[in-house]
Design a protein around this ligand. Sequence first.
Ligand SMILES: *Cc1c(COP(=O)(O)O)cnc(C)c1O
Length: 236
Amino acid sequence: MVEDNLKRILEELPPEVKLVAVSKFHPSEEILEVYRAGQRRFGENRPQEFSAKVRELPDDIEWHFIGHLQTNKLKYVLPYASLVESIDSLHLLDAVEKWGREHDKVIDVLLELHLGAEETKGGFTQDEIEAILSRSLSGVEGSGVEGSGTEGSGAEGFSHVRFRGLMGMATNTDDMAVVEADFARIESFKRSLEDRFDLPDFTELSIGMSHDWPLAVKHGATIVRIGTAIFGPRVY
Ligand SMILES: *Cc1c(COP(=O)(O)O)cnc(C)c1O
């Protein structure tokens, strides 16, 4: 039963770590079972499926978008997502900034660090993330910052994107030493960013899935994204 799966995870998860129940490919009735058991934070990875479920399901769900987002699909995601966890290119980031400006909305995002060994996995290099954060800070310099939100920032900055932290997916392997090395790398990279950049909102580290989330918690996860261990296998 999904309720029992959820309960078992919540018993072990430290209370300060946020659980995203990854409901992709599962129908709304199954999501409602988990909702009725008390879960209010869900994650989806396909834009149209995301917006359809948002419209069907209760209003008090906090939706995270965790998949690859093409710039022509922003309208399915940005009006509804509490957090876009998977910003994986500068092209996408600039498009989100532009959408936010046009819709007078500040979008909370995580920057995805390319973490696993797979070339096919998306995400930024560490250097790219440093460059984005530098550009973000140079854009808001001298604007008074606090709460002013949409005004006063330079053209180069990101006034409609709020950087909330990092997301990463470990190498897809049963070798837990490899997974742990990936988590250790993103954890120490996040620390080094916190030391070098003055970003009070940059607090989140989203790492850990069904098979590796305890290791992620050990390495500073503030968000874990768990699908299979709650909903069972996905039917593709
Ligand atoms: C599907 C998915 C998850 C959840 O994976 P499980 O192994 O089912 O827990 C987590 N993060 C992302 C980005 C995903 O696409």
